[in-house]
Design a binder for this molecule. Sequence first.
Ligand SMILES: C[S@@+](CC[C@H](N)C(=O)[O-])C[C@H]1O[C@@H](n2cnc3c(N)ncnc32)[C@H](O)[C@@H]1O
Length: 270
Amino acid sequence: MTRLEKERIVGAAPGGARDQDSAARAVQEMFTSIAPRYDLLNHVLSFNIDRLWWRRAARRFEQILKRPGARVLDVCCGTGDMAFALWRRARSADVKILGADFSHAMLQRAAVKENRSAGAKTGQAPSLHWIEADALRLPFPDGHFDLVTSAFGFRNLADYDAGLREIARVLRPGGECGILDFGEPGGLIGEVYRVYFKRVLPKIGALISGVRGPYAYLPASVERFPPPEEMMTRMKQAGFAEASWTPYTFGIAGLYRGVKADRNIPLEEI
Ligand SMILES: C[S@@+](CC[C@H](N)C(=O)[O-])C[C@H]1O[C@@H](n2cnc3c(N)ncnc32)[C@H](O)[C@@H]1O
């Protein structure tokens, strides 16, 4: 890769990361370090609104989740809450849901939560599995999934375009993707929210997790993340025929939805 190509890459850059590989390693170490407290912190810091967001995102894909034999992948699944929300909507024994993450510690928590949930293991329920995998190098063939989701994980990828291309690659033509992530609300609500997000949240996060970096990185990573218009253009460039963004809770979060094209889209149509 030339220097110019490298400079054009847009993706997560935790403090101290020099290149894509060190950025990915820093992200992996960061989530592994907060895995034991991740769920608690999520719920405390979001005042439990995170549960509504996962549920609402899953509802958006109800049509796919009802389809017999549907194959669903949740990338950057962490401790599994998005995958569980999809699983609850699926309700058909032959829907397969896979959660993938590159942090073993996060996946372990997901598996523990699954074991605690009585319905997850019955033969009547859709299947749910966890796999340790890098979202930029997914171990699946082209066109394998009907739906690929990612909740609050995509923003942490070291190369957003490569992440979108990888999601598009594993989707079948006409398959859909849903990327749920934080946004930056405008107006007065935005101003109040930014004070909370940049000043209060990192302090509470550090206090509960006992680790300083991750909760300072969170607002910085949201600031770096492309705004909705740009993300939708990037989605189209990566092979999605349709791309839309629905704000959740005044735009504090939002859902990107993409439909994979069934042909290559010429640049002039993007
Ligand atoms: C903020 S957590 C989100 C977890 C979960 N989806 C949720 O909604 O709570 C981000 C997750 O993305 C994972 N992640 C980041 N980059 C990744 C990559 N390149 N491949 C796989 N997982 C990745 C991290 O390990 C972490 O578990």
